[in-house]
Design a protein around this ligand. Structure first.
Ligand SMILES: Cc1cc2nc3c(=O)[nH]c(=O)nc-3n(C[C@H](O)[C@H](O)[C@H](O)COP(=O)(O)OP(=O)(O)OC[C@H]3O[C@@H](n4cnc5c(N)ncnc54)[C@H](O)[C@@H]3O)c2cc1C
Length: 504
């Protein structure tokens, strides 16, 4: 295993390892390790544990909450964990076992070339379509990542069948879904050395929405779910077994434009009720249009919002489906003429590209502002609320943002009542106001039964929002779980909760 030692050596040659997409400042790291196998991970963790060195786990570095950014001590990159062991069949389900440093892109490519025991053309796929597909499997498991298709297929958690995890003392757990359950809120893990770890599952109630905030905690829960979404605070995931989904026969992708945001929202709610074969529903508001227009001259000029949706169809039901969509478009001030559609891969890619351009354009805009105001960054809420409270949350955003004339956009996963609320401050005054608003929005979301992070996790920058959601009591309960599995608190320090909870 290669280990780079010394802060100066690391800073001079390996700076990119100390960052992720949060662009958070990194701490003083003395060791940068590149383990090549599970044994290396065990040895390095034992070394760190004995010397009380905090270890941060770094994988694809696409996280946006600073989870992979080290605070101090050591950084362990899993980039050498890039093997795909192949497809296996369990009952009717196809599964793939792979190391945690394989990227989603590599995984998708592998599946495209797989013939599934002779059943061509391709019939199975991995449905978690995280927008940033350079993310690595271990990162997506540790953040319980999701994507556009989570509307139909759910987040990563739904597809994880087994994990291999190295604990901070070097013990290795091999966990299969469906094998070890909590007895109420008591969970026992038997280690290979014969010792037993007794865990008290936190008893806060998780919101009934898409959620990536804090530890998964439920009465009688499966052990595997404790590790999925735990942001590397409980162990290092080395290997993952993921289930595949049956590929739909045909998909059509549509981008319907509307003159008013309310039209787009109404269309979504009505469409969701009648279109049982929808896989994706995404929303773009007028702020997104304002950002995209300078880049995309062909965006319809009289329209200021859109719904992007994907539908599965068969040759038998296509005509009826399109006719039903046409009627709903008309009812909501749009039409098939105001809708871009595609059956072919290149059309589908073009439409999807629009969706992907939004975060890129936000980042470019902010980079320009930062030249004048270096302290500024994007204020981004990752809130989801229950369906019945979604419109109230949207009006709340607007009631606070509009009077202040802030530049903002609401876009994303409307199918799961989860919009990314991004404020783009243009000066320091707007930046501080936007930060205050984010806190206010988090409180409102919790009051409405929602989550402060539906997708990106808590990392090092959203602690205060998690406290709003679960209170100090909930955070203490999470910290108690960590103390059992990582008694010296060396793993991914600073993620999910502050050190004060570990020292209490
Ligand atoms: C443009 C853009 C679009 C994005 N779109 C989405 C989206 O659609 N959906 C979504 O959910 N997220 C999205 N993200 C966020 C990010 O891609 C996900 O959080 C992703 O899961 C991170 O994977 P990674 O390999 O890059 O992890 P990293 O950033 O390297 O790490 C993320 C966290 O997981 C921990 N970790 C990583 N590997 C392991 C391991 N093997 N064992 C234990 N802990 C580990 C790290 O320590 C860190 O806390 C987006 C990010 C960007 C920049």
């Amino acid at each position: 295993m290669r280990i780079i030692e010394g802060k100066t050596n690391i800073i001079s040659g390996f700076l990119t390892y100390l960052q992720d997409e949060s662009k958070l400042s990194f701490g003083d790291v003395e060791y940068l390790a590149f383990p090549e196998n599970e044994n290396d991970v065990c040895e390095f963790l034992k070394f760190c544990r004995d010397k009380n060195i905090p270890v941060t786990i770094s994988n694809g570095k696409t996280g946006v909450v600073g989870g992979a950014v080290p605070v101090a001590g050591a950084l362990m990159s899993l980039e050498k964990f890039n093997k795909i062991f192949g497809v296996n069949k369990n009952g009717d389900e196809y599964r793939v076992r792979l190391e945690s440093g394989v990227s989603l892109d590599e995984f998708y490519k592998f599946l495209e070339n797989e013939n599934f025991s002779g059943s061509t053309p391709l019939k199975y796929f991995y449905p978690v379509d995280v927008t940033e597909s350079t993310a690595k499997i271990g990162g997506t498991v540790s953040t319980n990542a999701s994507g556009e298709r989570s509307f139909k297929y759910g987040p990563t958690r739904n597809w994880v069948r087994s994990l291999r995890v190295v604990l901070s003392d070097g013990n290795v757990l091999s966990i299969e879904r469906g094998k070890i359950f909590a007895d109420g809120y008591d969970l026992e893990i038997k280690l290979s050395d014969g010792s037993i770890k007794k865990i008290k599952i936190p008893n806060y109630k998780m919101p009934s929405v898409k959620n990536a905030a804090g530890y998964y905690a439920k009465k009688n829960m499966d052990l595997i779910d404790l590790f999925v979404g735990s942001e590397g605070t409980l162990g290092v995931v080395t290997e993952v077994e993921l289930a595949l989904a049956k590929k739909p026969e045909n998909i059509i992708v549509l981008l319907a434009f509307f003159p008013q945001e309310q039209n787009a929202m109404n269309f979504f709610f009505e469409c969701k009720t009648i279109l049982k074969s929808a896989v994706v529903f995404e929303y773009f508001d007028k702020g997104a249009f304002e950002l995209l227009r300078p880049k995309m001259a062909d965006l319809p000029s009289a329209q200021n919002s859109a719904i992007f949706f994907e539908i599965e169809y068969t040759d038998d039901n296509l005509e009826n489906t399109m006719s039903a969509i046409g009627k709903l478009l008309k009812k909501n001030n749009s039409s098939m003429d105001n809708t871009w559609g595609g059956f072919e891969k290149k059309d589908i890619e073009k439409i999807r590209q629009i969706r992907h351009s939004i975060p890129e354009t936000i980042n470019e805009t902010l980079a320009r502002t930062k030249q004048k105001y270096p302290a500024i960054h994007k204020i981004s809420a990752d809130i989801a609320v229950p369906a019945e409270n979604f419109l109230e949350m949207v009006s709340y955003y607007k009631s606070k943002l509009e009077p202040l004339k802030l530049q903002y956009t609401l876009f994303g996963h409307i199918g799961e009542h989860h919009l990314h609320m991004n404020i783009l401050p243009r000066n320091n005054k707007e930046f501080f106001k936007a930060k205050e608003l984010h806190l206010d929005f988090a409180k409102k979301a919790v009051l409405l039964g929602g989550t402060v992070s539906a997708e990106h996790g808590i990392g090092k920058i959203k602690h205060q929002y998690l406290e709003i959601m679960y209170g100090k009591k909930g955070l203490k309960e999470m910290a108690e779980v960590k103390k059992v599995l990582d008694p010296k608190g060396i793993l991914n320090r600073g993620n999910i909760f502050n050190e004060e909870y570990l020292n209490a």
